[in-house]
Ligand binder design. Structure first.
Ligand code: GLC
Length: 542
């Protein structure tokens, strides 16, 4: 029997369905593919999986443009497959989280299709942000808000009778095919309750909430003074009128009530991108979301002082309201952390060998922090970002909307290698994969790493096993230990975690070496020698 508060300390594996496992050889991952690989996840030792959207969608933003929240896209399978997946995962002791997208629908959603046939500003347009433009004929956009994917966040609506520009505009904080919903409309609330219940009734254990901080916009749509790049995962970014408005919290109070009406209660994890840990913590009040991704942690540099500060601040703010922290280093929107943490050479290239060493150390630190942790598929294989995808293969709307100026997120979404030496490396039965896989995936495949003592995969397996055996590791307090300034050292119950982020080897007293991120670590005469760019879990206190 799994505890109701499993979400406080779970390790959750993010499955990006397009790129995890393809059962039918069309080059696109699918739900039967995920089902076939569930034993791998159970064996890896994670507690749950989160799947990115697989609902009916034109796929202009890889499924974050949902046309029907209660249908599975033909690309991925059927609702029956989703039910089978939940059942099979539960049989293996794994929880399952789906992804809900409440900020916007696809322009192919029945509501928006109906709206386009309706005079702007009337009827069903109330479900979207349909606003009169500025200037005499409304030919200028209502304000200066920007799309996260580049360009303006407004598109002019054609007059349904004549097809001419109507002087009315709709808001899309992402792609033009992702119109933002208007959460002032009661039908928007009612429909989301139906969607939540549809999947909760089928046994899903919770939802990750897409763009959870975006649902409510400042009334009257004021100018924001926004410049490109101001909206980001960085700390202390400006507060903008289209994000993080107080009214959004009412939505989550209502949703928490729905989740609590189930037995066992269902759980939420918000994608909350806000400027400070304090505003982040507001979403985690006891009657709102259970957890929310900690992007301030994701943005930490390879820098001990910075890491300590972000960990401390995150624990203090979440802790002040009794909420757990949720740690994450990679996902489908950011450069894989092997590449992100790699030192940049003078010619602009990155040293991926050192990047991998740092990534392994960083993951060991993350898996020892109090709270829950998210792993992104392929990070357990040490995959780097695929940086040289040809332009014609790229599909991210960011790349397309900025004419290639922003390279986009395809490089972390390449289908993962399972086995073999040629594409698709066991991803599917044939050679197809929707993004091309590089040759170096052969040596990083699951099969190539399984049973290999020092492989990244076996390091993750060992870390997750130790974490399971030591319940205190996912929960409890963190105690900082005195250390040189470029070393991160903390105690978690009987386990000590030491990460050497400096450039000289250090030694640390220990009674046992439990796990090291590198085979270069040695343990002799009651002390471990920790090389730079390496982390260890040891028993014994100094
Ligand atoms: C979130 C998703 C991202 C998507 C965007 C719009 O940030 O993680 O992949 O493009 O929302 O839905």
């Amino acid at each position: 029997m799994l505890a109701d508060d499993w979400w406080r300390h779970a390790v959750i594996y993010q499955v990006y369905p397009r790129s995890f496992a393809d059962s039918d050889g069309d080059g696109m991952g699918d739900l039967p593919g995920v089902i076939s690989r569930l034993p791998y996840l159970a064996d890896l030792g994670v507690d749950a999986l989160w799947l990115n959207p697989f609902y009916a969608s034109p796929q202009n933003d890889a499924g974050y443009d949902v046309a029907d929240y209660r249908r599975v896209d033909d690309l991925f399978g059927t609702v029956a497959d989703a039910e089978k997946l939940i059942e099979a995962a539960h049989a293996l002791g794994l929880r399952v989280i789906f992804d809900i997208v409440p900020n916007h629908t696809s322009s192919a959603h029945a509501w928006f299709v109906e709206a386009l046939a309706t005079p702007p500003g009337t009827g069903i347009w109330s479900r979207y942000h349909c606003v009169r433009g500025r200037g005499a004929d409304g030919q200028e956009p209502p304000n200066d808000w920007l799309s996260v994917f580049g360009g303006l966040a407004w598109t002019q609506i054609p007059d349904p009778a004549s097809g001419d520009p109507s002087g009315w505009w709709y808001l899309h904080l992402f792609d033009t095919t992702q119109p933002d919903l208007n959460w002032n409309d009661p039908e928007v609330w009612a429909e989301h309750e139906r969607v939540l219940r549809f999947w909760f009734d089928r046994g899903v254990d919770g939802f990750r909430i897409d763009v959870a901080h975006g649902l409510v916009k400042t009334e009257d749509y004021p100018m924001s003074g926004e410049q490109p790049g101001m909206y980001s995962l960085e700390l202390d970014t400006p507060v903008l009128p289209q994000w993080d408005q107080p009214g959004v919290h009412e939505v989550y109070r209502a949703w928490r009530g729905i989740a609590n009406s189930y037995d066992p209660p269902r759980a939420f994890c918000g994608e909350v991108v806000v400027p400070t840990p304090e505003s982040h913590a507001m979403y985690l009040r006891t009657d709102e979301l259970h957890t929310a991704f900690n992007f301030h942690y994701l943005r930490t540099r390879w820098d001990a002082a910075h890491l300590r500060e972000v960990i401390d601040h995150s624990l203090a703010t979440a802790g002040s309201i009794g909420a757990p922290c949720t740690w994450v280093l990679s996902n489908h929107d950011v450069r894989r952390h092997v590449t992100r943490l790699a030192p940049v050479e003078s010619d602009g290239s990155v040293d991926l060998e050192r990047g991998l060493a740092r990534a392994r150390a960083a993951s060991m630190v993350m898996l020892a922090l109090p709270g829950s942790a998210y792993l992104y598929q392929g990070e357990e294989l040490g995959l780097p970002e695929v940086i040289d995808l040809p332009a014609e293969a790229r599909q991210d709307p960011t790349f397309l909307r900025t004419a290639g100026e922003v390279i986009g997120r395809d490089g972390c979404r390449v289908p993962i290698p399972w086995e073999g030496t040629t594409p698709s490396f066991g991803f599917g039965p044939g050679e197809e994969s929707w993004l091309p896989q590089p040759d170096f995936f052969a040596e990083l495949s699951v099969a190539a790493q399984t049973g290999v003592a020092d492989s990244t995969l076996e390091m993750y397996r060992s870390a997750l096993r130790i974490r399971k055996d030591q319940p205190g590791l996912g929960d409890g307090e963190l105690e900082w230990l005195d250390s040189p300034p470029d070393v991160v050292a903390f105690a978690r119950g009987s386990i000590t975690v030491v990460a050497n982020m400096g450039d000289r080897p250090i030694t640390w007293p220990a009674t046992e070496l439990l796990l090291a991120s590198s085979p270069a670590v040695t343990f002799a005469n009651g002390s471990v020698a920790v090389e730079p760019e390496t982390a260890v879990w040891i028993s014994g206190r100094r």
